[in-house]
Design a protein around this ligand. Structure first.
Ligand SMILES: Cc1ncc(COP(=O)(O)O)c(C=O)c1O
Length: 399
């Protein structure tokens, strides 16, 4: 048997070792508080589940779905974008439902990237942007997201030659893993930069509805010219706690959407229709659940930020998305400090380096664990820290 060479090009999965260690501890009966997974702990709201159940009984929904989804779903997505962002979309040409946004993100590279082509990818970032580029035979050029730039890429720092050669640029705000946000001015600059360099832009925006204190993250599609050069990926996963049902969408430039449709229609057979029916209900029905989820996450965010400050871990308070990106103390790598928290406090976090070289020096806490687990985690962090201080092994460098 001879596997394709492209598999050898995939970078090592940096979470393997730490995930194995967590699993071993759990197998030994150790109780680990996991701040690792970005998957909402609260269930899908019941009015949405009711729709899945009803639709599952209808034989119409037992057959192959169309790749481009139910017309009523495309219409519901277009209406949601208009209500939420004031963006007008043609449901037949500028909207494509996806089997979760990850699926569309992964396939988009096949529409643009030929062997040797470049995609501009943020670092740190959700790994699928670079991995799909590599699978398509291309090369990611990493745009560092620095804290001093509010975790936004500095377009001026990208060499002219690279910008002109690149086919695609990936962006993601509100951001995983940094929790950073972008405003419309940044998106306008992005459009300008893309026009100058003939780049297609893919903005990945699954967290626009997870936001705190009344903040409403903008959509990239709100820039009037965005549709000329790009698309936005979105998802029902984080907004309606529907990660397990696998449904998302891409909207915007009709040529890019058509290209993705051509790839997908040859590879998949669409989203189970009962789930599409539920998505229509989610998008059109009461949005109270979104505010309820955000209130819970905001409370968790505030509690965790408080304890991190108390134990001397520096982190910005995120205005959106459910991640806290904390700096590890001097003298530790993100992997060292992750292991230390796991071994000494029974706390699992994600090492920042798993999201790219620029993630070194950070760890990510996800807020998607139950309130009880969060409380236990907070207690463990406090106790662990006071024990460290007590036995003078405090991890901060001594003056
Ligand atoms: C930035 C980002 N994009 C996309 C996804 C994938 O979401 P979906 O469930 O829609 O595939 C995630 C999931 O964690 C994410 O963090």
């Amino acid at each position: 048997m001879q596997l394709a060479r492209r598999l050898n090009k995939l970078p090592p999965y940096l979470f393997v070792d730490i995930n194995r260690k967590i699993a071993e501890k759990q197998a030994r009966g150790e109780d680990i508080v996991k701040f690792t997974i970005g998957d909402p702990d609260l269930p899908t709201p019941s009015h949405i589940i009711d729709h899945i159940c009803q639709a599952a009984h209808n034989p119409v929904n037992h057959r192959y779905p169309e790749t481009d989804g139910l017309p009523a779903l495309r219409q519901a997505i277009a209406e949601w974008y208009e209500r939420r962002f004031g963006v007008i979309l043609n449901p037949d040409k500028e909207v494509l439902p996806l089997i979760g946004s990850k699926e569309g993100i992964g396939h988009m590279a096949l529409c643009f990237i030929e062997p040797g082509d470049i995609a501009l990818v943020p670092d740190p970032s959700y790994p699928v942007y670079s991995i799909s580029t590599i699978i398509a035979g291309g090369e990611p050029y990493f745009m560092p997201l620095k804290e001093e730039n509010d975790f936004l890429p500095d377009f001026v720092a990208i060499p002219e030659k690279i910008a002109n050669q690149a086919k695609l640029m990936w962006l993601n705000y509100p951001n995983n893993p940094t929790g950073a946000i972008a405003n419309l001015d940044f998106f306008k600059n992005t459009v300008h930069f893309a026009q100058q360099h003939n780049l297609a832009v893919c903005h990945d925006a699954p967290y626009t509805e997870v936001a705190f204190e009344g903040y409403k993250p903008p959509s990239f599609m709100q820039v009037p010219e965005a549709k000329e050069i790009g698309v936005e990926f979105h998802s029902l996963s984080k907004t309606y706690h529907m990660t397990g049902w696998r449904i998302g969408m891409v909207v915007g430039n009709s040529q890019m959407i058509d290209a993705l449709f051509r790839v997908k229609s040859n590879l998949d057979s669409g989203i189970p229709q009962a789930i599409q029916q539920a998505a229509i209900e989610a998008l059109r029905g009461s949005q109270d659940c979104v505010a309820e989820h955000n209130a819970i996450l905001q409370q968790r965010r505030d509690e965790l930020i408080k304890v991190l400050a108390k134990i001397g871990l520096k982190a910005r308070t995120p205005q959106a998305a459910f991640y806290i990106w904390a700096k590890v103390p001097q003298g530790y790598t993100s992997m060292d400090f992750t292991e230390k928290l796991l071994d000494e406090a029974g706390i699992a976090v994600t090492p920042g380096v798993g999201y790219g070289k620029e993630g070194e020096g950070y760890i990510r806490f996800s807020l998607t664990l139950s309130d009880d687990c969060l409380e236990e985690g907070i207690n463990r962090l406090s106790t662990w820290h006071s024990q460290k201080c007590h036995c003078e092994e405090h991890y901060e460098p001594k003056p």
